[in-house]
Design a protein around this ligand. Structure first.
Ligand SMILES: O=C(O)C1=C[C@@H](OP(=O)(O)O)[C@@H](O)[C@H](O)C1
Ligand SMILES: C=C(OP(=O)(O)O)C(=O)O
Length: 408
């Protein structure tokens, strides 16, 4: 399904309820499998969370998690500990290109039995569940924090807990802290100091029975972008959020100040409002190694406003749903931008022109579709394979219509 976005103007005030964080949901689903006493509210309705839930309930020998990176990584760890059960864990063709060796090596050094079924270092995997007897492991922390979260999530069920040593510069740190915070919330003791993480073994029932997932901040980024490109005074309210979020992408509320967007909290609602027009000479400079999922949104906002933008810390983008650095360059340049990329950076030159009626390719990447959609406030464009958004945000296009976007 392609979606044509006709140049739109939106209501001055709208309200949107966003589904639960897929990162928090997929962690809690795994913890629920380990501690069935836990119940979860405001669970994400994303494809990735639905797939995670089905995979955990499945008795099949083959489990296919399609494009869901967290499910792939978290389930590799979980299935490694299911004594006496053999599982083949596979995914989409893109998933078979997303590396997993660092996690598999770490699990093997703890005693796991995992084999590659196609290419060494990549899914699909054949996992023979075993009692993991070792306690200490070190791994490279600069490629994906999901490997670390996967180990932390199973750690409290290992006989002696787990001691991780993280080598290299630690990437996507807030996601590691989110995992630890959720462990703490159910009563598991952890320590994170320097490059060492310790998780104590846990045998008691969880301290809490119900946990409410905060709504997804990465999904909120598209509304920040829309408001940044709107007239002064335009406001959208988003629910249900917490002032003290576990999600690193909540840094949006600070970042979008640079785009003239103000954020206010009232109870569990975030109000975001365009308050000032940004000077064309503004240069956006950010290191996004702690918030990689908002890189596409921010690049497109800067382009929509004609601003120069230099982003660094993007070294993880090339192994996500697609090579996001290349995809951003190609699609922004179709619209008239000039973009220079390296393996870890993106530089967008300031520009005043935006071509109309361009077809944006989405590369099986939900965030390509959602990041480019706000440009409908500036021009008409077509988003190819627009249903890709369901990976994290199935209601996305409906919610855009609620704001007043003219979609066909
Ligand atoms: O742990 C998580 O929930 C995630 C961690 C991040 O991945 P990396 O650590 O691979 O950057 C992020 O990009 C992904 O969308 C979700
Ligand atoms: C990178 C993402 O997800 P995952 O790695 O879990 O597939 C994302 O949602 O942007």
């Amino acid at each position: 399904m392609d979606i044509q976005i006709l140049k739109s103007s939106i209501s001055r005030q709208s309200s949107i309820a966003i589904t639960g964080s897929k990162s928090e949901s997929n962690r809690l689903l795994l913890l629920q499998a380990l501690y069935p006493e836990i119940s979860i509210s405001n669970l994400s309705n994303s494809d990735d969370s639905v797939l995670m839930q089905k995979a955990l309930q499945s008795n099949d020998e083959v489990v296919d998690i399609h494009h869901a990176g967290t499910a792939m990584r978290f389930l590799t760890a979980y299935f490694s500990t299911r004594v006496g059960r053999e599982t083949i864990l596979t995914g989409s063709s893109r998933m078979k290109e997303r590396p997993i060796r660092i996690l598999v090596d770490a699990l093997k050094s703890l005693g796991a039995d995992i084999n590659y079924l196609e290419n060494e270092g990549y899914p699909p995997l054949k996992i023979n569940g075993k009692n993991l007897s070792k306690t200490k492991v070190s791994l490279n922390a600069n490629v994906s924090s999901q490997y670390i979260s996967a180990l932390l999530l199973i750690a409290s069920r290992l006989e002696n807990g787990l001691e991780l040593t993280l080598d290299g510069k630690i990437t996507s740190v807030p996601y590691i802290k989110m995992t630890l915070a959720l462990l703490n919330e159910i009563g598991i003791d952890t320590e994170f100091e320097g490059n060492q993480i310790l998780v104590k073994p846990f045998t008691s029932p969880p301290k809490v029975d119900n946990i409410t997932v905060e709504s997804d901040w990465s999904s909120a980024s598209y509304f920040y972008s829309i408001i940044a490109m709107s007239e002064i005074g335009t406001q959208v309210s988003l629910s249900a959020y917490k002032v003290n979020s576990l999600q690193g992408d909540s840094v949006l509320s600070q970042i979008y100040g640079q785009f003239g967007v103000e954020t206010q909290f009232d109870n569990n609602t975030v109000f975001i409002k365009k308050v000032t027009n940004v000077s064309i000479n503004t240069k956006i400079e950010l290191d996004l190694s702690n918030a990689p999922d908002i890189a596409q949104t921010i690049s497109v906002t800067a382009f929509g406003l004609g601003l120069e933008c230099s982003l660094s810390g993007l070294h993880t983008l090339k192994i996500k749903e697609t090579d996001r650095l290349v995809a951003l360059k190609v699609e922004l340049e179709k619209l008239g931008a000039e973009v220079v990329i390296t393996d870890a950076t993106l530089h967008l030159k300031p520009s005043t022109k935006i071509f109309s009626d361009v077809e944006i390719a989405t590369y099986n990447d939900h965030r390509m579709a959602m990041a480019f959609a706000p440009l409908g406030l500036k021009t008409s464009l077509k988003v190819k394979d627009a249903d890709v958004v369901s990976k994290s945000y199935p209601q996305f296009w409906e919610d855009l219509k609620t704001l007043g976007f003219n979609l066909k």
